[in-house]
Design a protein around this ligand. Structure first.
Ligand SMILES: *[C@@H]1O[C@H](CO)[C@@H](O)[C@H](O)[C@H]1NC(C)=O
Ligand SMILES: *[C@@H]1O[C@H](CO)[C@@H](O)[C@H](O)[C@H]1NC(C)=O
Ligand SMILES: [Zn+2]
Length: 376
């Protein structure tokens, strides 16, 4: 390597330590090792992979391995992550979900495409995924009983705060009317075995119900996801007029805290253990026979330790049809639940999540949810 190249690499390294450049411009991952020398941004390796597919607008190089010419370095110096953010993220709607390093591919890819390819956020006009407060379109929805995905018309309406779907697009009566304030939408590519798979969970008659949908166009499914967030944000603005935007954002659907298999036994000492798929949605621990079931077999409410909720590790002998021994007990004011996990690591991970949830005091709203659970 020549002395000049060596020197240039050093300059790139110094630029990457400048404020704003120390995190990936697109997902916030610390210590980016790549840069786009046409957009002037520093990127993590995963986002860089997505940029490679936008080769018309973004050309990338490694900070450590590539050769950096003087003019490219000057370009990076003049631009950088902060300047790119000011330009490409000028009008990101407040409800819009900004993916992190932990998020699935479609969310990250569409965020990057929206920013640099569609330039969706450079102007106020066209930046909104829910203009006029109505969104209508076809999504493929998994049949509740046969597991087949069929085209269904979905309509999201801000005015009445609902998401509806119709069996036939010309049908007058919707098959379901879902209140948007009960919806949690999460991307589930692995569970659904579809890159654009979206799970919509909502509460009906105090019980959780799952819908599994996808759209073949990544842009469209991410747009639905953000439109649902927009509808919820605006709904909550009206419902909680004194809450700040930040507080409202915190109340928008979160990713599930954890999902996975455990074995579970019934309330009687003679009940056998059965393997179930568990989903922890904040204080709602739901369990399903199959990960893609529409309805939970049951739900456990996790309150707070101040109110008598306790979580402990247990060792459970193979005595009641259980295959796994790494046990967990959850004490609620009503009963004790016993679960088993396949590995110690899995058990610790569940216990950490449960402890995190019960360490937080309950809100007024959560006391109301707890009361609904008790009245089942
Ligand atoms: C790039 O595009 C190809 C072809 O569409 C696709 O298979 C691949 O997953 C894309 N890579 C990334 C990182 O987005
Ligand atoms: C959706 O998420 C919110 C907060 O993350 C939670 O309070 C609510 O119970 C969830 N709803 C469902 C249906 O799981
Ligand atoms: Zn990144």
């Amino acid at each position: 390597m020549s002395g000049e190249q060596d020197w240039n690499k050093k300059s790139v390294k110094i630029l990457s330590r400048k404020e704003g450049n120390t995190k990936c411009a697109d997902c916030g991952e610390p210590d980016p090792q790549w840069a786009s020398y046409t957009l002037g941004v520093f990127l993590c390796v995963t986002c860089c992979g997505i940029h490679r597919n936008l080769s018309e607008i973004s050309k990338v190089k490694s900070l450590t391995m590539a050769k950096w010419e003087e003019d490219l370095i000057q370009f990076l110096d003049k631009h950088g992550n902060d300047a790119a953010k000011a330009k490409y993220e000028a009008y990101v709607p407040i409800y819009y979900y900004r993916p992190t390093h932990a998020d699935c591919h479609v969310l990250r890819e569409q965020w990057i495409r929206a920013k640099y390819e569609r330039k969706q956020f450079m102007k106020k006009e066209g930046s909104d995924d829910f203009p006029g407060g109505v969104k209508e379109g076809i999504l493929f929805k998994r049949g509740r009983d046969n597991g087949q995905y069929l085209a269904r018309k979905f309509v999201l309406t801000e005015m009445d705060g609902t998401l509806k779907y119709y069996i036939k697009s010309e049908a007058k009566e919707p098959k379901a009317v879902i209140k948007i304030d009960t919806i949690n939408a999460t991307f589930q590519p692995e569970k659904m075995k579809h890159n654009h798979g979206l799970q919509i969970t909502y509460v009906k008659d105090n019980k959780a119900r799952n819908l599994f949908v996808y759209h073949n166009d990544g842009k469209e499914i991410v747009s639905w996801f953000n439109a649902i967030r927009a509808a919820q944000f605006r709904y909550m603005k009206v419902a909680f007029p004194t809450a700040s935007d930040k507080e409202i954002l915190r109340r928008l659907p979160q990713m599930f805290l954890k999902e996975g298999y455990m074995e579970k036994t019934g309330p009687k000492p003679t009940d056998a253990f059965k393997k179930r798929w568990f989903t922890l949605d904040h204080r709602r621990l739901m369990y399903f026979k199959d990960p893609l079931d529409a309805f939970a077999k049951g739900e456990v409410f996790l309150g707070s330790s101040e109110n008598g909720y306790q979580v402990k590790a247990e060792t459970i002998p193979n005595s009641h049809n259980n295959i796994w021994n790494y046990g967990i007990s959850i004490n609620t004011p009503e009963r004790t639940y016993l679960f088993t996990c396949e590995t110690e690591q899995e058990r610790d991970s569940w216990i950490n999540m449960f402890k995190k949830v019960i360490s937080i005091p309950m809100t007024v709203r959560e006391y109301a949810v707890e009361a609904q659970f008790k009245h089942r």
